[in-house]
Unconditional design. Sequence first.
Length: 247
Amino acid sequence: MNKRNFLKSGILLLAASLFRTPQAQASEDLDQWEPDDQQATGPFTLPPLPYATDALEPHFDKMTMEIHHGRHHNAYVTNLNKAVTGTAFASMSIEAMMAAITTKDNVALRNNGGGHYNHSLFWNLLSPKGGGQPSGDLAKAIDAKFGSFDKFKEAFSAEGVGRFGSGWAWLMLSSKGELVLGSTANQDNPLMAKINKKQVGTPILALDVWEHAYYLKYQNKRADYIKAFWNLVNWEEVSKRYAAAKG
């Protein structure tokens, strides 16, 4: 290959990388999380979605939901079952595992365990009939803590937008019974008390801000995805979790 052809080939490769379609980007993201064996069995199972994959349209698109649940979440479950084999974690609930895990444990337990817990929670916090505002005790608690529901939305959204890279935004109840906002990287969550010592509590509301959660529809516009999220929040479920956490 002469110098001219070499430079031409390099330019074409660079252009291809710069102008990848959202579908191509999502496919690359998927490849990183594809399980070796989709049929792997163990103590953990993929929970079904509580609605059809197209039920959250137009805010969350059908293809993203199919990929996000059927492939990403499924990969976490499959790889978690492999990771717990022969360990004490195999007999634990996912919540107990989150509380017990430390930085010294296998990273696959942390990543895939967190991925399974986080997504299992996330699906139930969404609803085709969601949106609006909370009511009752939760509404009063939000007003008392943040000043108003609109101020809460602004602060929670800022947690999601401001999370660098991949991760989650959270509304949690602290051990003192106070509502607290925060965000965690990757698949960490507030139940991981031995890892995220400054982000500890009982999750009440969660938002996935990994690119695979929104890239097909919103590309790199995470703020638009978060704005759409508010149309789907299942406040009835959030209120139930708040009441349970309060005891």
